[in-house]
Design a protein around this ligand. Structure first.
Ligand code: 3HC
Length: 292
């Protein structure tokens, strides 16, 4: 087991993968983002640069020279590639942030198991799939865990660290230290559905969807009510748009298959319809609200 994490590989260049890459790069780690084609990785590179600019503006109070220097230095540590097997050879930590599909995740981890160094830690950023299911066929269960980041990664201070029964104490200590170096507050959770945050957010979002279906109030009023009456930074529909309707759809589908008796995991007519129409939230330009 290496005593330090220096090189991090992020598999998946979507909103979460790119967000994690940015958070990792600014703390001095080398980070390689991997995705399936050239177009996706170049898009990720641009997106990471855009978040860095945003973070830089906040950090350096609009001092343009300092912002440019911050972005340039951070970007020297960001690499993008489509060659997963080559990328993981030097990795101390691999964080998977690909589509919420069990088989796809298992397949990806299987493909890198014998290529990565024996000491490399494997982590999944899944929000809904149990880590032990993803790690099922891995030869390094003691070096497997969940590292669950929150959107937007640059702003959210939490990191959920999920241990499976086999995760070694050394792995756990190393990823906890890594999380702290990123400036995150780490909380530890057993490998249970939704971990802490999504287990509490799922019934909350589900009830908001039910209220909309029952025509109890408009989405605008429900959002306003939860912001002004309960102190939430975003209402449930704004939150759905931020997280992505596709992510919510896939998570509910997975949970429902596993736990068919839990009502708040049952498919939602509204969410299913929006996903079919390509209304995925902020990332597609339209969800419950319009972002174009
Ligand atoms: N990247 C970087 N910085 C961002 C950002 C992003 N995507 N979005 C907002 N910011 C920054 C802005 O630049 C701004 O900085 P400034 O104060 O220096 O100007 C600051 O955040 C505040 O932004 P805004 O004024 O535009 O808006 P808010 O004050 O409403 O803050 C928010 C935005 C931080 C997103 C806040 O609304 C919030 O905390 N919302 C809740 C988010 C949440 O619950 N996330 C968890 C979702 S669940 C999840 O991710 C799990 C997954 O598995 C599904």
């Amino acid at each position: 087991m290496s005593s330090e994490i220096r090189n991090v590989v992020i598999v998946g260049s979507g909103v979460m993968g790119s967000g994690i890459a940015q958070a990792v790069a600014i703390k001095g780690f080398n980070v390689t983002v991997v995705d399936l084609n050239e177009q996706l990785i170049q898009k990720a590179r641009n997106y990471i640069e855009k978040i860095l600019n945003r973070v830089g503006r906040r950090k350096f109070n609009d001092d343009q020279l300092k912002i440019e220097e911050f972005v340039r230095t951070s970007m020297t540590r960001v690499f993008v590639t489509t060659n997963l097997l080559e990328a993981v050879k030097d990795a101390d930590l691999v964080i998977e942030a690909i589509v919420e599909n069990l088989e796809t995740k298992q397949k990806m981890f299987k493909s890198i198991d014998s290529v990565a160094k024996a000491s490399t830690i494997f982590a999944s950023n899944t929000s809904s799939i149990p880590i032990s299911m993803i790690a099922k066929n891995s030869k390094r269960l003691d070096r497997f865990c969940g590292l669950h980041f929150f959107n937007p990664v640059a702003m959210m201070e939490l990191l959920e660290v999920i241990r499976i029964p086999e995760t070694s104490e050394a792995t756990y200590q190393l990823v906890m230290a890594f999380g702290k170096k990123l400036g995150k507050t780490c909380v530890t959770c057993k490998d249970t559905p939704g971990f802490i945050v999504n287990r509490l957010l799922s019934p909350f979002i589900n009830e908001a969807l039910t209220m909309l279906e029952e025509d109890v109030a408009t989405k605008e009023d429900i959002d306003a009510a939860m912001k002004l009456g309960a102190g939430h930074p975003m209402g449930p529909f704004e939150l759905c748009d931020l997280v992505g309707l596709d992510v919510i759809h896939n998570a509910r589908k997975f949970y429902h298959d596993q736990f068919p008796d839990i009502p708040f995991f049952a498919p939602s007519t509204i969410v299913d319809k929006m996903v079919k129409e390509g209304k995925l939230g902020v990332k597609s330009g339209e969800g419950f609200y319009n972002y174009k």
